[in-house]
Design a protein around this ligand. Structure first.
Ligand code: PGA
Length: 249
């Protein structure tokens, strides 16, 4: 039985004041029945670490460097994230792939760095609308996945995967539960073919998850929770999504 997970991706939003209001509201809620992670912008790791200490909410980051250390201005290493008790890190988000030209191999290296540091990488995969309309969804997602499978080998069962169709991110246009399930099943089968332990990998769905569509999405057999962007910035919405995941655990 895979335990459900809900991870909030704040992206480049927040301030010291807004973060405190949001995190205080999350902390005040009843203990979640699933794993909960909030992935905050790096400058706020210390603040979030302080507020989340001794709470059931886990701290995550939104990216890490593929390098260990060195002359990489602006980058943040996994050991720096570990200094703030950061246990999770998103890698390969479509916004990083699109705006920072991150290749599948770079994303795989970041996932490897995270694992080496004892962190859980949340590896994002997903196709654009154009690719879906051309019937390339499985080819694109398969190639993104294969890069990670190749590099991580048997350690693949230690990661979390997030399927985020690019056309559903921040657009209000969610993949239907059936569309999402179809790709999730494809991902799981491909990963299991590579390594049997991959049956236990958690596969999150991301892309316009809201309180009103979360229950149905999370009820799909291969959807083990969600990676939440916009709705993770509103405490009531995020908590309702966390409840939806707990409900279907
Ligand atoms: P969204 O973002 O929930 O705002 O669509 C999801 C994501 O980018 O992780």
């Amino acid at each position: 039985m895979r335990r459900k997970m809900v991870a909030g991706n704040w992206k480049m939003h927040g301030s010291l004041a807004a973060n405190k209001t949001l995190l205080d509201a999350l902390i005040a809620a009843p203990a979640p029945a699933c794993d909960v992670v909030v992935c905050v912008p790096s400058p706020y790791l210390a603040q979030a670490q302080g507020l989340l200490a001794r709470t059931p909410i886990n701290l995550g980051a939104q990216d890490c460097s593929a390098h260990e250390q060195g002359p990489y201005t602006g980058e943040v290493s996994v050991s720096m994230l570990r200094d703030f008790d950061c246990g999770h890190v998103i890698v390969g988000h479509s916004e990083r792939r699109a705006h920072h030209a991150e290749a599948d191999s770079t994303v795989a290296m970041k996932a490897q760095r995270a694992l080496d540091a004892g962190m859980t990488p949340v590896v994002c995969v997903g196709e654009t609308l154009e690719q879906r309309e051309r019937g390339q969804t499985e080819a694109v997602v398969g190639a993104q996945l294969d890069a990670v499978l190749l590099l991580l080998g048997e350690r693949i069962d230690q990661i979390v995967l997030a399927y985020e169709p690019v056309w559903a991110i921040g657009t209000g246009r969610t993949a239907s539960p059936a569309q999402a399930q179809e790709v999730h099943a494809f991902i799981r089968q491909r990963a299991v073919r590579h390594h049997a332990g991959a049956a236990a990998i958690r596969l999150l769905y991301g892309g316009s998850v809201k309180p009103d569509n979360a229950v149905e999405l999370f009820a799909q057999p291969d959807i083990d929770g969600g990676l939440i962007g916009g709705a993770s910035l509103k405490a009531a919405d995020f908590l309702a999504i966390v409840d939806a995941a707990g409900f279907s655990t």
